[in-house]
Design a protein around this ligand. Structure first.
Ligand code: DQA
Length: 196
């Protein structure tokens, strides 16, 4: 795999620290700031099968940047948004399902903002991933590097779109940071009524 393992599998911590809600009223400003900084929220970017081949794989469709390049860009964008990045890739459907379930729990606990998911070909085949997103309540932006609607008919249907909060398609790998910013827009107070 051309991507640094650490960049792909740094896990959602079980519980990083106290949340800012636990900062007591009697605390000094700097104590409060410390707690708020240490309770930084995570964002998950999940990549499905064959995305570990980015850069080598059909560059005329997916471009020449590697998944490690994409992870670096996402980490920069996440930091700008005040989030820590958890960037993962798997070629295995069950592993992706387990990560979605885990992420749903982290979101419920307030440790995770949501996920950008490029499920690769599982987008078009996986009822299991659909059910995992639906059942976990995970806030998902579905992402595709290529414009799947301009490609083969079997890529036109997505099992994820109906359970995703938003879908971003066809911007190349530049879509990854866009999708992270989209997640932030989704949780902005003005959009609270639209959260899924
Ligand atoms: C993809 C599109 C899928 O149809 C394909 O199977 C992929 C990548 C994309 O990012 O454009 O693996 O999700």
């Amino acid at each position: 795999m051309p991507v640094r393992r650490a960049a792909l599998t740094c896990c959602i911590p079980s519980l990083r620290t106290r949340t800012s809600a636990q900062a007591g009223p009697g605390m000094t400003r700097s104590e409060r700031g410390l707690i708020e900084r240490s309770a930084m929220t995570e964002v998950l970017v999940l990549n499905g099968p064959n995305l570990n081949m980015l850069g080598d794989r059909e560059p005329e469709i997916y471009g020449s940047l590697t998944l490690a390049d994409v992870a670096d860009t996402c980490r920069t964008t996440a930091a700008e948004l005040g989030w820590e990045l958890d960037f993962r890739q798997s070629n295995h459907e069950g592993e992706l399902v387990e990560w979605v379930q885990e992420a749903g729990r982290a979101q419920r606990d307030g440790r995770l903002i949501g996920a950008v998911i490029n499920a690769g070909a599982y987008t078009h085949t996986s009822i299991a991933l659909h059910d995992a997103v639906a059942g976990s309540g995970l806030r998902v932006v579905e992402l595709h590097i290529s414009n799947v609607h301009a490609r083969e008919p079997f890529r036109h249907h997505s099992y994820l779109s109906s359970v995703a909060a938003a879908v971003l398609i066809g911007f190349g790998v530049a879509g990854y940071p866009m999708a992270l910013r989209g997640l932030q827009a989704l949780i902005a107070p003005a959009n609270e009524g639209n959260l899924s």
